[in-house]
Design a protein around this ligand. Structure first.
Ligand code: NCD
Ligand code: ZN
Length: 348
């Protein structure tokens, strides 16, 4: 008997679309399955002002494939020079849906991020006042902190102090990778939520390092031990409204991934929905799939749940291309390392 599942159209609450040729290549991959996405602002140079976000949004809309029905939700890149009034205006205009905080140097294109958190206090206070969410890349950059500990240390040193100093600020801890982050979010009030990627539900650090180094599994925050992956799966499938999908699909051309100093980022836009469905099916948690993919994020961002739908069908192996082409070069699609059975059929 064919098994099908119809859910409200999913949203991606953390997505890198890049610009130029790469934007053109990756946008159709997301627009095929997702209705909306929170668009990361870490371009070079970054999307800092409302005017930058408006221009970037126009470039995304111009690159949209024929017939696509996809809404980019823009964000601003928080710098120590960000003007609270510019943020407030961009939010009031309905242009910007979040501000992203990158600790300076934490990840790809984060050089203009924040070093002195006191300097961004007026912006955070304004955001708390107007109800605009703060998205955080939750890793410290202190060279003394082991890369596998950087998320857990961030909670104590940065996230908790920011939340205590700015009551009412709505925060999304992005791409959580540890049981520590899951527990912190579970123990916090509803104004704190977390995104989880498709790939962190699948890989642990062995996938990156055992039997040879696998650059296409390298992303930041880097995947941790198996016990942490299991905590993420438990959180994602629990139905807890504070956890939702943010793919962090982050395309880099193969030449820069398969490199002596390879870029961080997994490209999952193409198959993320099928990968997540497979994980939920294995956990006998398909009844929670809509919450994770389509409901919880909309609620946190105070946006309506999509009225459109997406239907998944379980069958023989469903296949995706192993790479997509861009005018800059090929981009490898995330390989979960196991067969996928849930294909996405027509959506409305
Ligand atoms: C992202 C990128 O490539 O822009 N890379 C990644 O490993 N996730 C940046 C980010 O979200 O950290
Ligand atoms: Zn990201």
């Amino acid at each position: 008997m064919t098994q099908t599942l119809t859910i409200p159209r999913p949203d991606d609450w953390h997505l890198h679309l890049r610009d130029g040729a790469m934007l053109k290549a990756v946008l159709p991959e997301t627009a095929r399955h997702f209705g909306r996405a929170i668009i990361m602002p870490n371009l070079v140079p970054p999307v800092v002002t409302g005017a930058d976000a408006s221009a970037y949004r126009d470039r995304i809309l111009a690159a949209m494939p024929e017939g696509a029905d996809f809404t980019p939700l823009m964000t601003l890149y928080l710098t120590e020079e960000t003007d609270p009034e510019d943020v407030a205006k961009a939010a009031a205009d309905g242009l910007v849906h979040a501000v992203k905080l990158y600790p300076a140097g934490a990840t790809t294109n984060s050089a203009s991020g924040v070093t002195d958190f006191d300097k961004v206090r007026p912006v955070l206070e304004k955001m708390a006042e107007i109800g605009l969410p703060l998205c955080l890349h939750g890793e410290v950059t202190d060279p003394d902190i082991d890369i596998f500990d950087r998320e857990a240390v961030f909670i104590d040193r940065v996230l908790d102090p920011i939340r205590k100093a700015t009551p009412g600020l709505r925060v999304v801890m992005e791409h959580v990778t540890t049981a520590d982050a899951v527990a912190y979010v579970q123990g916090a009030p509803k104004d704190l939520a977390a995104t989880i990627t498709a790939h962190h539900l699948v890989i642990n650090r062995n996938h990156i390092l055992v039997g040879g180094i696998r650059p296409h599994y390298y992303c930041l925050p880097v995947a941790k031990r198996e016990v942490h992956r299991q905590a993420l799966v438990t959180a994602a499938t629990s139905g807890d409204a504070r956890f939702f999908l943010g793919t962090d699909s982050a395309p880099h051309i193969d030449a820069l991934k398969e490199h002596a100093c390879g870029c961080a980022g997994c490209f999952t836009a193409t198959n993320a929905v099928s990968v997540v469905a497979e994980i939920f099916d294995r956990e006998s948690a398909l009844d929670q799939l809509a919450a994770f993919l389509s409901l919880n994020g909309a609620t946190h961002y105070k946006l309506p749940v999509s009225v459109r739908t997406l239907t998944l069908r379980k069958g023989e192996h469903c296949t995706y291309p192993s790479k997509i082409d861009s005018d800059d070069g090929p981009v490898t699609v995330f390989d979960p390392g196991f067969p996928l059975h849930w294909s996405v059929t027509t959506g409305k």
